[in-house]
Design a protein around this ligand. Structure first.
Ligand code: WTA
Length: 651
C-alpha cells in the first residue's frame, strides 16, 4: 500500500469465475446478467423513479410526495410519507398465509428451542411496546439494548420501532465502560438487558456490567431485565424491573402509529479512525427499503427458505439481516445464541442439518476457523438443505472462498460476497446470485441504484485493475443520515474528501469486467474477526493504565481473525517491563473495551516513530508488526533511529 500517492497498490489476481447453476437462475428473481444490467441501467438513469417504484413494496400509512430531497450531504427519502416499521415487519403478515409461519426459530447455546410465529412475535412486540410506554418511553427517546442473542433482543428492537423510540444496541461482548460511553453519548433513558447470556458454556454477567456502567451513565432512568440464566442479580428498587413481571401486566393491544419516513430508527456505534465511536444514525423508510430489497435480491429469498445469518444483533449485520430486512420480507429467520464451537466444532453444521437451513450467511473469520478445525466436522452432517451461501465483514480470501464453495456448498450453492458498512445500512456491492457469475474474492457488482466507483485522490475514476478509493456517487435510501450529535464529523468523515461523493474509506480495484475487489480499510481501523475496531480506542484504553506513557496500535495479519491486534507501548519512566505487565495490559484493554479488543501482542519500546507534526506513523509499525521490510516513504519520519531500534527488538 502506498499512502504517499493516495493510491492503493493491488496485488491480487484471481481469474476463476463460477457461473450460476442453470436451475438456480431459472427460479431466481433476477435470472440473467442482461436482466441485472437493465435493472441497474434503469436505476442509474432515473434513480428517483426506480426507488419510488421499489418503495411500493413497503406498507405506507400515508404515501410520500417526493422521493428524494438532496441537500448534500443531507438526504431525505420519501418525504411526506408515513409508516410504522414494526407494522411492516409484523402486522402486514398477519392477514394471510404467513400468519402461522415461523418468524424466528431460536436455539439457545445450552440447546433449548423456541419458535415464534409471526402472530406470536407480533403479540410479544405489542406487549413489550406497552411495557416501554408504561415505564415512560416516548417517541424519540433513546433506548439502550444490551442483550444476548435471544428473541427478546429482536422483540425489544421492534417494540422501540413500534412506538418511535430510537434503539441503540450494544454488542453483549462490550464491557461496562463501553456501555457507559454509549449510554452517555446517546443520552439514553431506558436500558434493556438480561441477567446474563451463554457463551461457550459460560455465563456472561450482563446485568453486573450494566450495574457498573450505570455508576457512570446518569441519563438512564429505568432498566428492564430479562431472566435468561437464573442468575441472582442486584435489582435496584424503583430503577430495575423484570421483563416477565412487566410483560404479565402489559396489554397485547398496541396499534401501530404512523411515523415520518425520516423518523430516526436507531443509532449504532461503530469505530472511526480517530476519537470516540461514532453513533451512526439510521432513519425509517429508506433503511427498511434498502434492507428488505437487498435481502430479497441477494439471497434470492423464497417463501419456504430457512434463512440463517450468524451475526450478532449488536452489529449492523444483525440489525439489517436478522431483524429488519428478513422480517419485512416475511422470512423464517434462524437465530442462535452461542458460539460455533460449543459444545463441539460442528455446532453450526448440526443446526443446519436439524432445521434444514437453506440460506447461510456468515463471515470470513468464521470460515477460516472452520477450515482450521477440520473438514470432518462439516463432513459428518447432512448439509443438503443449503442452496445459497453468503459472506460479509471483510474481504474473503480465495482459500476460504474455495473451501466454503466445496466443503459447505458442495459446489452447488452460489456464494454471495456482500460488501457494505454500518453506514450504508444495507448491501451495496453483491451478486444477484441467479444473474451474476462470481469470482472468488470479489463482491462482484454494485446493486441497482448504487453508483460505486474506484477513484484517485481527486475523485477521478482510475483505469481497470488500478487500486484506488471506493466511493459512492449518489445518495441511496438506507444511507446513514448523520453521526448522532456530531454533524460536523459526519461531513468531514464521509463527504469532505471528494465533493458530493460518499467516501467509504475502503481501498478497491475494478477489473476489466466491472467487478469490484475490495481491499480493506485505508484508514486506521482494524478489522478483527469481522468487527471494526478503532486503533484509537484501544490506544486510549492502554493510555488509561497507570504505567503506560504512550502507545500505538496496528493490525497484523492473522490467519483466523483477519487482523490481530499488535500494540507498541512506551511505559512511564521507572516502570520495569515484564511478561506480567504485558498480561496486565491485555487484561486492562479487555476490561475497558471488551474481549474482542484483547491485544494479541504487546511490544514495549522506548519511543514510537512519528512524523514531524507528531503523528504516529502506523504504516511503519504495521510493517514491523507483520515482519515486513519497511517500504514506501519515510521522509517525514522524525527520528530514524527509532525504526532501527524497533527492528532490533524484533530480532
Ligand atoms: C469491510 C459490516 C470486503 C469493509 C457490514 C467495510 C468488507 C467494513 C466486506 C464495514 C466484504 C465488509 N468484502 N470488505 N464483503 N464486508 N467489509 O461497518 O472494510 O462492521 O468498510 O459493516 O468491513 O464494517 P461494518
Amino acid at each position: 500500500m502506498s499512502t504517499s500517492s493516495g493510491n492503493i497498490t493491488s496485488v491480487l489476481k484471481e481469474t476463476r469465475a463460477f457461473i450460476p447453476p442453470a436451475e438456480f437462475s431459472a427460479n431466481a428473481h433476477v435470472k440473467s446478467m442482461a436482466e441485472y444490467e437493465k435493472l441497474w441501467q434503469d436505476a442509474a438513469k432515473d434513480p428517483e423513479k426506480f426507488w419510488g417504484q421499489q418503495a411500493e413494496t413497503l406498507q405506507w400509512m400515508q404515501k410520500w410526495n417526493k422521493v428524494l430531497e438532496w441537500n448534500p450531504p443531507h438526504a431525505k427519502w420519501f418525504v411526506g410519507g408515513k409508516l410504522n416499521i414494526s407494522a411492516n415487519c409484523l402486522d402486514r403478515h398477519l392477514h394471510g398465509p404467513r400468519h402461522n409461519k415461523a418468524a424466528i426459530i431460536w436455539e439457545g447455546e445450552p440447546g433449548e428451542q423456541r419458535i415464534l410465529t409471526y402472530q406470536m412475535l407480533h403479540r410479544e412486540v405489542c406487549k413489550f411496546a406497552n411495557v416501554l410506554k408504561n415505564i415512560g418511553t416516548k417517541s424519540g427517546d433513546r433506548v439502550t439494548i444490551y442483550m444476548p442473542m435471544i428473541p427478546e433482543a429482536a422483540i425489544a428492537m421492534l417494540a422501540c420501532a413500534r412506538i418511535g423510540a430510537i434503539h441503540s444496541v450494544i454488542f453483549g461482548g462490550y464491557s461496562a465502560d463501553a456501555v457507559a460511553d454509549r449510554n452517555n453519548d446517546a443520552g439514553a433513558k431506558i436500558l434493556i438487558t438480561a441477567d446474563g447470556g451463554w457463551r461457550r458454556g459460560k455465563v456472561i454477567p450482563l446485568k453486573e456490567n450494566v450495574d457498573k456502567s450505570l455508576e457512570k451513565s446518569p441519563t438512564i432512568e429505568k432498566v428492564v431485565v430479562f431472566n435468561r440464566c437464573n442468575l441472582s442479580v442486584n435489582m435496584k428498587a424503583g430503577r430495575d424491573m423484570w421483563w416477565h413481571e412487566e410483560m404479565a401486566k402489559a396489554s397485547a393491544d398496541c396499534p401501530a402509529e404512523p411515523f415520518d419516513s425520516e423518523h430516526p430508527l436507531f443509532i449504532l456505534y461503530t469505530s472511526g479512525s480517530t476519537g470516540k465511536p461514532k453513533g451512526i444514525l439510521h432513519t425509517s423508510a429508506g433503511y427498511l427499503l434498502g434492507t428488505s430489497s437487498t435481502h430479497k435480491w441477494v439471497f434470492d429469498l423464497k417463501e419456504d427458505d430457512v434463512y440463517w445469518c450468524t451475526a450478532d444483533v449488536g452489529w449492523i449485520t444483525g440489525h439489517s439481516y436478522i431483524v429488519y430486512g428478513p422480517l419485512c420480507n416475511g422470512a423464517t429467520v434462524m437465530m442462535f445464541e452461542g458460539a460455533p464451537n460449543h459444545p463441539k466444532e460442528d455446532r453450526f453444521w448440526e443446526i443446519i442439518e436439524k432445521y434444514r437451513v437453506s440460506i447461510f450467511y456468515t463471515a470470513p473469520t468464521a470460515i477460516r476457523a472452520f477450515i482450521k478445525w477440520g473438514d470432518h466436522w462439516p463432513d459428518s452432517h447432512d448439509l443438503s438443505s443449503l442452496r445459497l451461501l453468503g459472506s460479509v465483514g471483510e474481504p474473503i480470501n480465495t482459500e476460504a472462498w474455495m473451501w466454503y464453495h466445496e466443503k459447505i456448498g458442495k459446489g452447488r450453492c452460489p456464494i454471495v460476497d456482500t460488501w457494505w458498512q454500518t453506514e450504508t445500512g444495507s448491501m451495496m456491492i453483491a451478486p444477484m446470485p441467479g444473474a451474476i457469475p462470481t469470482k472468488p474474492g470479489s463482491a462482484t457488482k454494485p446493486l441497482p441504484g448504487i453508483i460505486a466507483e474506484v477513484v484517485d485522490q481527486k475523485g477521478n475514476r482510475v483505469a481497470a485493475n488500478q487500486g484506488g478509493f471506493l466511493v459512492i456517487r449518489k445518495p441511496w435510501p438506507s444511507m446513514l443520515r448523520t453521526i448522532f450529535n456530531d454533524d460536523v464529523r459526519y461531513k468531514e468523515q464521509y463527504w469532505s474528501q471528494i465533493p458530493n461523493t460518499y467516501f467509504t474509506a475502503d481501498g478497491a480495484r475494478e477489473d476489466e469486467d466491472g467487478y469490484i475487489w475490495v481491499m480493506g480499510r485505508v484508514d486506521d481501523v482494524l478489522n478483527v474477526a469481522g468487527h471494526r475496531l478503532s486503533t484509537m480506542e484501544i490506544e486510549s484504553a492502554l493510555g488509561s493504565h497507570a504505567k503506560v506513557a504512550e502507545s500505538a496500535v496496528v493490525g497484523k495479519p492473522d490467519e483466523i481473525k483477519g487482523e490481530g491486534i499488535c500494540c507498541f507501548v512506551t511505559v512511564k519512566a521507572g516502570v520495569v517491563v515484564s511478561e506480567e505487565l504485558k498480561k496486565e495490559l491485555r487484561d486492562h484493554v479487555t476490561k475497558e473495551i471488551g474481549a474482542l479488543a484483547r491485544p494479541d501482542e504487546i511490544r514495549f519500546t522506548d519511543s514510537l516513530p512519528k512524523t514531524r507534526s507528531g503523528k504516529i506513523m502506523r504504516r511503519l509499525l504495521r510493517d514491523i508488526a507483520s515482519g515486513k521490510q519497511t517500504t514506501g516513504d519515510t521522509s517525514t519520519l522524525e527520528d530514524y533511529t527509532v525504526l532501527s531500534k524497533l527492528r532490533q527488538e524484533d530480532e
